[in-house]
Design a protein. Structure first.
Length: 565
């Protein structure tokens, strides 16, 4: 087997590539695969290479000499352990089966049809999605350590992988649309409710650029960030994603994603838009009504007018909801249905005013109360330590709201704890106010619908922890977008598997643990040993999927069926 230089003529241009020949056990003969795409011969000449064919033939000769030397060393070390583990990662097979059902390969082929790629974008995309699920690492380590350990992965070069990621980012909005339509056609989506939230991801770089901008970071870091908005349907299936510079407001993204999704997919029905208080603005409310949609938003109790805040905090009229053991889950009460006036001024200075009939539901959740009290005490303790060490105001961070700073720039000695601010936050801990256009909906149903927002927060946690989407070391804007498209697709497959295949009987952490831990060892070309530890989850999954995943021995044919069925 050897490397060779391939010259390809397409229309009036000539392209060079380095190809590698190898023995294929499937065909029992020699096959060829692209090792490195070199590009247009004219561009190579323009870059300063006088004779590209002669120049890269020397590179081919060097690669062949290196392979010959490696083979000689291999013969010497035949009886030593190998550098490549015989283990194969196979836990992604349920997701590969779902991707096969989505059947989007043809659409990817259309997208790359006007590119002179010597690789298949769909194959690289799906492999990177599965690799992100089984072992989230950098693109470099994914290529060298993870892809070779997967049961089936494209035989492309690292440079081609990077080209594919950049292409995916360039076309990420189209690909999200392709995946959404395919999900609807094969598994169904329900846009009667749509859940939206935003997060951001930091980059360990010193300087901003047009895309990576400094803004309010979720991790309270000062690095440049990029914002990501995620839209889920009523069944918690991702149906839209938008990326934007980190210094931009997330509120327009909310409108753009929902309106764009409905327009592209010809969705005529009424959608109830559900979002947290950060997206509750007059413009978003008016846009919802103008689009004949509804909304369920929350408002900060602390920022309410005095009369409304007093009503929320009064114990009168609250109805308690308890579990089967009599423990309080939450309590709620609602106000009379009234008309509220909302107004905003657009970028051109035009004012828009609309009266909306609205119901307001006050809620109290003891778990939220406990969480908020813990967070407040944590910030108060930080403020005390900062005060004791005579720190400056900028060192307090978020805990600065519990300090009263006197003197210029909050100088060292004149700092006092703001007991009034602490008491005010403690008083509203656990309380929430939900505002909604759905005045005919039952209060408890409104609360439960809004409470489902935790699922979208969980999706972000999956991206940031299970898929290790941060920090991001890529530099090109399209490569960054391609990276997050891969993370989005991984979450989409997880959610389809969790909700559509497993009927939400198992947690995300259980599913991710299985995907990362299910492994086999190759004995020969046709036989494998299953080295995964048996668990109740795996035994249940074997019955649900009707797959031989509890067998000790697996054949190549069985594994291929697992990946496609």
């Amino acid at each position: 087997m050897a490397y060779f230089l391939k010259v390809t003529k397409q229309q009036s241009r000539t392209y060079l590539s380095i190809y590698e020949s190898f023995y294929s056990p499937e065909t029992k003969g020699t096959k060829h695969r692209s090792y490195r795409s070199l590009g247009n011969i004219q561009k190579l000449i323009d870059s300063g290479i006088d004779d590209p064919i002669a120049y890269f033939q020397k590179e081919v000769d060097r690669l062949n000499a290196q392979r010959k030397a490696d083979n000689a060393n291999k013969k010497i070390n035949d009886r030593l352990i190998g550098e490549v583990s015989p283990e194969k990662l196979l836990g992604y097979f349920p997701l590969a089966s779902i991707m096969n059902n989505l059947d989007v390969r043809e659409h990817f082929d259309y997208l790359q049809s006007n590119r002179h790629f010597h690789f298949n974008v769909h194959d690289l995309f799906t492999s990177l999605v599965y690799a992100r699920l089984v072992a989230p690492l950098s693109k470099h380590r994914t290529f060298h350590d993870i892809l070779p350990s997967m049961f089936s992965a494209p035989q492309d070069s690292y440079y081609q992988l990077l080209d594919a990621v950049e292409f995916l980012g360039e076309e990420y909005q189209k690909i999200v649309e392709i995946l959404t339509v395919a999900t609807d056609e094969n598994y169904g989506i329900d846009t009667s409710h749509s859940y939206f939230d935003c997060t951001n991801f930091y980059f360990e770089i010193d300087r901003e650029n047009s895309f990576q901008r400094k803004g309010p970071s979720k991790e309270n870091r000062k690095d440049p960030i990029v914002g990501l908005g995620l839209l889920l349907d009523a069944n918690m299936i991702p149906v839209g994603m938008e990326m934007y510079p980190g210094n931009e407001s997330e509120q327009p993204v909310f409108r753009n994603i929902i309106n764009g999704l409905k327009k592209r997919n010809n969705i005529k029905g009424r959608t109830i838009r559900v979002a947290d208080k950060g997206l509750n603005s007059a413009r978003n409310i008016i846009d919802s009504i103008n689009c004949r949609d509804g909304y369920i938003f929350s408002k900060s109790v602390k920022k309410l007018p005095e009369v409304e805040r007093t009503w929320v905090l009064l114990d009168n009229d609250y109805k308690e909801v308890k579990d089967k053991d009599g423990n309080l889950l939450f309590k709620h009460k609602s106000s009379c249905i009234e008309e509220y006036t909302y107004s905003y001024t657009d970028d051109d200075g035009r004012e828009f005013i609309k009266k909306v009939k609205e119901k307001r539901v006050a809620t109290y959740n003891p778990k939220l109360h406990k969480k908020r009290v813990f967070e407040i005490n944590k910030m108060v303790e930080k403020a005390r330590k900062m005060k004791a060490s005579q720190a400056k105001k900028e060192e307090y961070g978020e805990s600065a709201k519990y300090g009263t700073f006197k003197g210029k720039d909050g100088s060292k000695a004149e700092v006092m704890l703001n007991e009034e601010a602490i008491e005010k936050d403690m008083a509203v801990a656990g309380y929430n106010l939900i505002v909604t256009s759905e005045y005919d909906m039952d209060d408890q149903k409104i609360y439960e619908t809004y409470h489902n927002l935790w699922r979208i927060e969980e999706s972000f946690r999956v991206m940031k922890s299970e898929l290790d989407a941060r920090p991001v070391y890529l530099q090109k804007e399209n490569s960054i977008k391609g990276h997050f498209l891969i993370c989005y697709a991984a979450v989409l497959l997880l959610r389809i598997f969790q909700f559509k295949v497993l009927d939400n009987k198992y947690s995300t952490s259980e599913i991710c643990e299985f995907i990362k831990s299910f492994r086999i060892v190759e004995i020969n070309n046709n036989r494998y040993i299953n080295i995964t530890r048996s668990t109740p989850f795996i035994r249940d999954l074997a019955g649900i999927l009707n797959q031989p995943i509890t067998n000790y021995y697996l054949t190549a044919r069985q594994i291929k069926m697992m990946l496609t069925r």
